[in-house]
Write a protein that binds this ligand. Structure first.
Ligand SMILES: CCCCCCCC/C=C\CCCCCCCC(=O)SCCNC(=O)CCNC(=O)[C@H](O)C(C)(C)COP(=O)(O)OP(=O)(O)OC[C@H]1O[C@@H](n2cnc3c(N)ncnc32)[C@H](O)[C@@H]1OP(=O)(O)O
Length: 154
């Protein structure tokens, strides 16, 4: 069975996010997956993502953490309910809080690897802690509080 990316289970009309929307050709189109109890994603930075020559712009790293966090939150909510990704009714989350710590400069060149741990799952709130690594070294850590939208807003 081919595993579907969390973001590919988002509804058609909510798939334009700059960080992860499959319908945003200018965006990052991040794809997140389960790896056991953790979640993973990869991203290849390009030269336009430069901060200082040779190093990745921190805002890019923050947006990857944002979208891996909200995607992981949605997947964790489906898993907690024992439901397939994308099944009805939809479980849609937005970012309430995005925290990033930049531990060391992130080299521009290697693929960035994101790894998420689900810290808390409540009916309306999911908390995800993440690491961003390059060359097997953690360069940034992050934490997202994702809040489920009421059906009326989604
Ligand atoms: C831009 C809108 C998008 C609409 C489309 C939605 C459908 C999406 C579906 C699929 C596509 C996925 C695309 C991924 C998106 C990528 C990520 C982004 O860039 S999202 C854009 C940036 N984020 C916002 O613009 C949120 C703006 N804020 C809000 O709308 C509200 O403040 C919201 C919904 C986040 C919270 O609503 P409340 O204030 O009514 O919720 P309360 O009931 O007070 O809190 C619920 C729980 O969350 C905690 N919480 C709320 N805000 C917090 C904060 N800032 N820090 C820590 N915890 C917080 C609270 O303490 C509470 O936790 P306790 O149940 O008590 O444990």
């Amino acid at each position: 069975m081919t595993e579907i990316a969390f973001q590919d289970a988002y509804p058609e009309d909510l798939s334009h996010c700059y960080g992860c929307g499959r319908h945003n050709p200018q965006g990052h189109q991040l794809k997140s997956f389960w790896d056991g109890e953790e979640t993973v994603a990869e991203f290849q930075p390009e030269p336009q993502h430069t901060a200082v020559p040779g190093f990745v712009y921190g805002g890019l790293i923050a947006s990857l953490i944002d979208c891996h966090g909200t995607g992981s939150a949605s997947a964790a909510a489906y898993r907690a309910e024992g439901r397939a990704l994308g099944s009805e009714p939809p479980l849609r989350f937005v970012t309430a809080s995005l925290h990033v710590d930049f531990l060391r400069p992130t080299p521009l060149g290697p693929v960035l690897k994101l790894r998420g741990t689900i810290e808390e799952v409540k009916e309306r709130k999911v908390v995800v802690a993440m690491t961003v690594s390059a060359n097997d070294q953690v360069c940034a850590t992050g934490r997202v509080v994702a809040v489920r939208l009421p059906a009326a807003m989604a």
